[in-house]
Design a protein around this ligand. Structure first.
Ligand SMILES: [Zn+2]
Length: 231
């Protein structure tokens, strides 16, 4: 392992360990310290620079559990990033266990309560991001490595809180292809490295089909976003 690689690996290990250690015995005013102790903010990613012919499918929230959408994800072996809210699997975690266990999707961080993070102080942001990380870990045995801030709203504190809670990037998107009510989004010309935003809503199956068709037409294949974001 080269020296920079080793350093990165160590940093990753520390990022995973330290918040747990801090959770161990501290309470009260000492909780304010950890955020200040993590000065290195994670990068913000809305498009991945890559020469590979790939696009990234990301699906947010998780409220509506459509079996047809799940079937499409599984049949097409789509490696989707699922930015789930804990509340959206609390009443039916089986839907997502199936997607994670039988498919190539991974669960990522979208906070606990879907706030505008920029309205919260450092402790509040950390509670939202680390709280979701902890609930995902408990439910799925997999810790999220990417944070999508609700509404795409973030500030410098968000990037530091993400690091403290085990994420390696704040992820927004290149194109939102979600159908909202009567509104259908315009058709983009997809390029390699684009990040597509969808939602677990009533139109997910058709929105996902549309995204996959657009990717096909551009000669691009869905790839796992987590693996394309450097440590
Ligand atoms: Zn959301």
């Amino acid at each position: 392992m080269s020296r920079p690689r080793l350093r990165r690996a160590l940093r990753g290990a520390l990022a995973a360990l330290v918040p747990v250690a801090l959770l161990g015995g501290l309470s009260g005013p000492a909780q304010a310290a950890p955020v200040a102790a993590w000065p290195e903010p994670v990068p913000v990613v809305s498009h991945v620079e890559t020469g590979d012919p790939v696009v990234f499918i990301t699906i947010d929230d998780g409220w509506y559990h459509d079996p047809a959408a799940a079937k499409l994800l599984l049949d097409r072996r789509v490696p989707a990033s699922l930015f789930l809210l804990p509340g959206a699997y609390s009443y039916d975690s089986g839907y997502f266990h199936t997607l994670l266990n039988q498919g190539r999707s991974r669960v990522e961080n979208h906070t606990v309560n879907h706030p505008d993070l920029t309205s919260l102080d450092a402790a509040g942001q950390k509670a939202e991001v680390c709280g979701a990380r902890d609930q995902h870990l408990a439910q799925f045995g997999d810790g999220p490595r990417l944070l999508r801030p609700p509404y795409g709203a973030y500030d410098a504190t968000t990037r530091t809180a993400a690091r403290a809670c085990g994420a390696k990037a704040v992820v927004t998107w290149t194109y939102d292809l979600t159908t909202w009510g009567q509104w259908t989004p315009p058709t983009p010309r997809l390029k390699a490295g684009d990040i597509i935003l969808l939602h677990f809503n009533e139109t997910l199956e058709q929105d996902l089909k549309r995204a996959l068709d657009l990717a096909d037409a551009a000669g691009l294949k869905p790839a796992p976003l987590r693996e394309y974001v450097p440590e």
